[in-house]
Write a protein of this length. Sequence first.
Length: 87
Amino acid sequence: MAVLTVVALAVLALVLRLIYTKFFPYRPCRWCRWRAARQARHGRGRRRLGRACWRCHGTKLTRRWGAWHAAKLVDSIGRAIAERGAD
Ligand SMILES: [Zn+2]
């Protein structure tokens, strides 16, 4: 019984995570922050500040891990429920 509870909680957490990732797929770019912190520690730094970050290309926003798959999965589940409700 305890195992079932753990599995149920895990599935629930996963579903909540998927829904959260679908509706909030973007987050501030972590790489830009690390870069800024490193440059602050090193003083002037040897790297050029004007270069765009390889991760977000200067937008300061990156997609969360699995955002694309979460969107696809939630969409397909939603469509399946909608189709089932139709008949
Ligand atoms: Zn960045």
